[in-house]
Design a protein around this ligand. Structure first.
Ligand SMILES: Cc1cc2nc3c(=O)[nH]c(=O)nc-3n(C[C@H](O)[C@H](O)[C@H](O)COP(=O)(O)OP(=O)(O)OC[C@H]3O[C@@H](n4cnc5c(N)ncnc54)[C@H](O)[C@@H]3O)c2cc1C
Length: 439
């Protein structure tokens, strides 16, 4: 029996969630249900896995179960970069070893294709834009990362454009950055709108239950998922619940629930848009991983994302949210003095699942329990493709992408508590301090 030591509880401040179409969540589960397949966690990974299983097994019922409302968890809280390129923050050039980078590129491109097709097929209004991304730097450390990244892109044969500081205001409005490396393949989107749209267009043989918090998993002749009002009995379980898998005792000591935070302004007036200048929509990610991500959204809001905390229980904590809100204000003022004092309509946080060696888990964890976990901050594309391929693999398919994922090293072990919390917190503080004005 795997009993959960903590369950999801995100804050209610996510702009993407509140600004996307309101929908009536599917009813929570009660009583006893039996199905061949159950998928636990309806973020991008679980939504993809459930959809693909349903397509592979049209006469099976697939149960998809979610503790909160779809779009309320991390998948609806992120910055909306569906990234095509390898994004190995452990490698000095973000690219890492070429054979691995090539496979990660293939995985991400396949995920983009899948998402684009689903968005088109189901008319999902999620502000999808082929805007690319700017990776931008102010300080010498960040500038050298851009140079390293440029050489990595050359090796990988991927297009880019290096944009000097004096030209950046034409793109971004702000003259804050000294340089940016623009890569055209990233798609920008409204993440909560996408998650909700995917949930509402699931094949008819997927039964989605929201607001259903699984508290225990029993493994025997069948897999039994227990919750306060009943149980779900299945032959096969797919775990797609991010770092919460470790709260059931899977991959012990290997998954790190690291929270990061974002704030979003009200829409800019026409005058304010004019004062800002630059292109109508864009996305910036920082050269220093501890720096700030920025978005100018299609509805003309500005988003700032930075700050990290290690929330070992995977739940939101107000004091970290307050601290991040203050940091967002300072970061905003540094970049947008022409819009000084513009209030934030929303501030929120969300959990990424990171591992120390930046690796994910894909494959089985125990008899009849399989998982796609730990997207290391890249869940839109990575979650979509690993969820899809997990279902294909369970349906007996093998291809080079599945083999690559099955043969990957997987997350490595962290030191035990209390050294873990001490070490991670020190690392986060040091990284944020070192990021200086990049944050
Ligand atoms: C502020 C922020 C910015 C980010 N920016 C980006 C970005 O621009 N691009 C990008 O690709 N990624 C980004 N990420 C990371 C991305 O959001 C994650 O990688 C992604 O959400 C992982 O998807 P997932 O489906 O694997 O997990 P999740 O989205 O975490 O979904 C897991 C689901 O499982 C549910 N669950 C957990 N335990 C239980 C239980 N016991 N019972 C029932 N349900 C349960 C949770 O409620 C949750 O909805 C960002 C993250 C944050 C927080």
């Amino acid at each position: 029996m795997y009993r959960s030591t903590s369950t999801p509880a995100d804050d209610n401040g996510c702009g993407w969630f509140h600004l996307s179409r309101a929908r009536a969540p599917r009813p929570s589960h009660s009583g006893t249900s039996t199905a061949r397949w159950v998928v636990l966690g309806a973020g991008f990974t679980g939504l993809a896995a459930a959809r693909q299983l349903a397509l592979r097994y049209p006469s099976d019922e697939i149960i998809l179960v979610e503790a909160q409302e779809v779009g309320f968890g991390a998948s609806g809280r992120n910055s909306g970069f569906a990234i095509d390129l390898p994004h190995d923050i452990g490698a000095h050039d973000y690219i890492g070893p070429l054979p691995t980078a090539r496979m990660n590129l293939k995985l991400n491109l396949r995920a983009q294709e899948i998402l684009t097709q689903q968005i088109k097929d189901h008319g999902i209004d999620c502000q999808l834009r082929p805007d690319g991304k700017y990776q931008a730097a102010v300080e010498s450390k960040g500038l050298s990362v851009l140079e390293a990244y440029r050489s990595g892109l050359e090796k990988l044969g991927q297009p880019y454009e290096m944009i000097e500081g004096h030209d950046l205001p034409d793109h971004l409005g702000t003259s804050f950055y000294k340089k940016a490396l623009y890569t055209p393949g990233t798609m920008l989107l409204q993440p909560a709108a996408l998650a909700k749209g995917l949930a509402d267009s699931l094949p008819s043989n997927v039964s989605l239950y929201e607001h259903t918090v699984i508290t225990a998993i029993e493994q025997g002749e069948h897999i039994v998922l227990k919750h306060a009002n009943g149980k779900i009995i299945a032959d096969q379980l797919l775990l797609t619940n991010n770092a919460f898998a470790s709260h059931f005792g899977f991959l012990p000591g290997k998954l790190l629930p690291i929270f990061t935070y974002a704030s979003m302004t009200r829409p800019l007036t026409e005058d304010e848009q004019h004062q800002l200048g630059g292109k109508a929509t864009w996305g910036v990610i920082p050269a220093d991983p501890f720096g700030s991500t920025l978005r100018r959204t299609p509805d003309q809001r500005l988003l700032v994302r930075n700050s990290f905390s290690f929330n070992a229980d995977g739940r939101a904590h107000q004091r970290y949210l307050d601290r991040a809100g203050r940091q967002h204000r300072a970061s905003f003022e540094r970049r947008f003095p022409m819009l000084s004092g513009m209030p934030f309509d929303y501030t929120w946080g969300g959990s990424m699942c990171l591992s120390r060696n930046h690796m994910s888990h894909f494959g089985s964890l125990a008899p009849n329990i399989h998982a796609a976990l730990c997207c290391n901050g890249l869940g839109i594309t990575r979650g979509t493709i690993t969820g899809t391929l997990l279902a294909n693999w369970l349906a007996g398919e093998r291809d080079e992408l599945i083999d690559f994922l099955l043969n990957a090293e997987g997350p490595n072990r962290n030191p035990p508590e209390p050294f873990l919390s001490l070490g991670v917190n020190l690392n986060l503080r040091w990284g944020q301090h070192r990021a200086g004005v990049e944050s």
